[in-house]
Design a protein around this ligand. Structure first.
Ligand code: PA5
Length: 465
C-alpha cells in the first residue's frame, strides 16, 4: 500500500501543549475499537453497502467497460448530469487521473470523448454548454439515485426535449440512466423508454457512491482503469480490517479528528498539494460535512456535532488562507495531501544570475518548489502549534485514488460511529427541498406553503436598497 498517514504533527511530542498526548490517545483505544466493531458489524448491511463495492462488481465492471467502449467510439462529448454525491466523485476522479487540460487535447491524444459534469441549475451554465457541444454528438449520463432530485430531473427534461426534437425516437440512445433499480421516477422513465441503465445499490448513498456505477461509468468512458480503482479500494479495506490505530490509518485519523472536535477544533481544512487532487478536497468536504453534521445522535439526544470542512489548495492558498491558519484561532485541523512524485517534471532554467533573490530558484524544478513549499508551510504551522496530519501517496494513479477515496469513506464511517450518529442520512437537507417544492406549488406540499406564508421570512425591517 503506497498511501501513508503521518500524524506526528497532531501529537504533543511535536506540537507541544496544543497537541494530543500519547496517554490521551491510548486511553481512547478501546473507544476506537468499539467504533471499528460497530462499523464492521454492519458491513454490507443497511447503508453500508458501499463496503461491498470493492468486492462484488466484476459483472458490473465488465458491462461498464463494454458500454464505455461503445460511447468512446460513437460520440464527441460525454456529459454527466447530477448533483452532490452524483457529481463530485466523477469530477474528483476525472481531475485526479486525466490530463489537466484533457478537453482541450486533440481527440487522437485524448482517446475518449470530451468530459463535462453539469452539477448546477444555473441557466447560464446550462446554455453555455449548448454553445460548445453538438448534442447529437453527445451522450448524457443522468445520475440520480432517488430519481427525484429537482435539479437533475430538470436537466434531464431539458436534454430529453432537445434530443427528441432533433433525433425523434433515437433520442433514447443518447441518454444513460444511473439510478436505483427499485425506487424513484428515473427508473420508471428509463424502463418505459428503454434507456441503457446502471443501478446504484440500495445500500450505497450518494456521497459513498463513487466506487459504484455513479463514478465507474464516467471514469471508464474517459479511459480510466476502473478495475485498478477498485483494487486500490479493496486493499485499503483489507488493511483497515484490523481494529488497531497503529495499523488502521482510517481509524487513527477518525480518532484524531474526534478528539480534536471534542476540544473545539471545529474546522477541518483539506489541503492537497497537487492540482490533480484539488477536487478530491471538494468530494471530501461533502462526505465529511453531510455525514457528520448532525443534530441528534442515534439515541435521540440533541448533539449538534460536525466539523466544518474547508478546501484549500497548496501552494495557491498559501497566498490567501495560510495567514489565518498560522495566526488565527486554534480551531482547525489541517489535512495535507502530498504526492511524492508528480507525473511530469518542469525545470526552472538558469539565466538570472544578476538577481540573487530570484537566482536561488534557477536550476531547480517546479516539482522541488511544490514539495519544499509544502514542507515549509507544514513546518511553520507545526512550530506555531497548529494541528495537522499528512496523507501521502507515491504517485497519483488509479490504484492510489481508489485507496484514498476508500480511506476517507472509512474515516467518515468510523467518526460517525464515534459520535454515535447516523452518518448516512441528511435530514438537514430536506427542509430546503420541501420549501422549494412548496414554492413550485407541488401537490402534497400545501401545508408547507401555509407554514411559509405565516413565517417571518419576508420581514422588511433590515433591508438596504
Ligand atoms: O450524499 C447524498 O446522498 C446526496 O448528496 C445526494 O448525492 C444528492 O442529494 C443527490 O441525490 P440523488 O443522487 O438522489 O439525485
Amino acid at each position: 500500500m503506497s498511501i501513508k498517514v503521518n500524524y506526528n504533527n497532531m501529537m504533543q511530542d511535536i506540537l507541544g501543549e496544543k497537541g494530543i498526548s500519547y496517554e490521551q490517545l491510548t486511553s481512547l483505544v478501546p473507544f476506537a475499537q468499539d467504533a471499528h466493531a460497530k462499523v464492521e458489524s454492519k458491513r454490507g448491511q443497511g447503508m453500508q453497502g458501499w463496503m461491498d463495492s470493492p468486492y462484488n462488481q466484476d459483472d458490473v465492471v465488465a458491462r461498464i467497460n463494454q458500454v464505455a467502449k461503445k460511447i468512446q467510439d460513437s460520440c464527441e462529448n460525454f456529459v454527466v448530469l447530477g448533483i452532490g454525491g452524483s457529481a463530485l466523485g466523477p469530477i474528483a476522479v476525472f481531475t485526479a487521473l486525466k490530463h489537466l487540460y484533457y478537453n482541450e487535447l486533440p481527440r487522437s491524444v485524448r482517446k475518449g470523448p470530451r468530459f463535462y459534469v453539469i452539477d448546477n441549475v444555473d441557466p447560464e451554465r446550462m446554455n453555455a454548454l449548448f454553445d460548445i457541444i453538438d448534442i447529437e454528438n453527445t451522450v448524457f449520463n443522468v445520475i440520480t439515485k432517488s430519481g427525484a432530485t429537482s435539479e437533475t430531473m430538470s436537466q434531464y427534461l431539458i436534454i430529453m426535449d432537445m434530443l427528441t426534437k432533433k433525433l425523434g425516437d433515437k433520442a433514447k440512445d443518447r441518454i444513460i440512466a444511473t439510478t436505483s433499480e427499485t425506487k424513484g421516477n428515473l427508473i420508471k422513465l428509463a424502463n418505459e423508454l428503454q434507456l441503457e441503465t446502471f443501478y446504484i445499490p440500495d445500500g450505497v448513498g450518494g456521497r459513498f457512491s463513487e466506487l459504484c456505477p455513479v463514478g465507474l461509468l464516467p471514469a471508464a468512458v474517459i479511459g480510466i482503469d476502473i478495475a485498478e480503482l477498485l483494487r486500490g479500494a479493496r486493499e485499503m479495506d483489507e488493511k483497515c480490517k484490523v481494529a488497531d490505530i497503529a495499523h488502521n490509518p482510517a481509524l487513527a485519523i477518525a480518532l484524531l479528528q474526534y478528539i480534536s472536535m471534542k476540544e473545539g477544533k471545529n474546522i477541518g481544512v483539506m489541503m492537497p498539494y497537487a492540482d490533480s487532487l484539488k477536487y478530491i478536497a471538494d468530494w471530501y468536504c461533502q462526505l465529511w460535512a453531510e455525514s457528520l453534521g448532525k443534530e441528534v445522535d442515534l439515541d435521540g439526544n440533541m448533539v449538534n456535532v460536525g466539523q466544518t470542512p474547508v478546501k484549500a489548495l497548496g501552494v495557491t492558498d498559501q497566498h490567501s488562507q495560510v495567514q489565518l491558519y498560522n495566526e488565527g484561532p486554534f480551531d482547525k485541523v489541517i489535512t495535507f495531501l502530498e504526492v511524492d512524485n508528480f507525473r511530469s517534471e518542469c525545470q526552472i532554467p538558469h539565466g538570472c544570475e544578476a538577481f540573487p533573490d530570484v537566482n536561488f530558484l534557477c536550476g531547480h524544478s517546479l516539482n522541488e518548489l511544490m514539495t519544499k513549499e509544502l514542507h515549509a508551510t507544514r513546518y511553520n504551522l507545526t512550530q506555531r502549534g497548529r494541528a495537522n496530519y499528512t496523507i501521502s501517496m507515491d504517485v497519483v494513479n488509479e490504484y492510489n485514488i481508489g485507496a484514498l477515496l476508500y480511506l476517507m469513506q472509512l474515516q467518515t464511517a468510523y467518526a460517525g460511529a464515534m459520535f454515535n450518529i447516523d452518518a448516512y442520512n441528511q435530514p438537514g437537507v430536506e427542509g430546503g427541498k420541501n420549501a422549494t417544492y412548496a414554492l413550485f406549488g407541488r401537490k402534497g406540499y400545501e401545508a408547507k406553503v401555509e407554514e411559509m406564508r405565516n413565517a417571518k421570512a419576508d420581514l422588511n425591517k433590515y433591508i438596504i436598497d
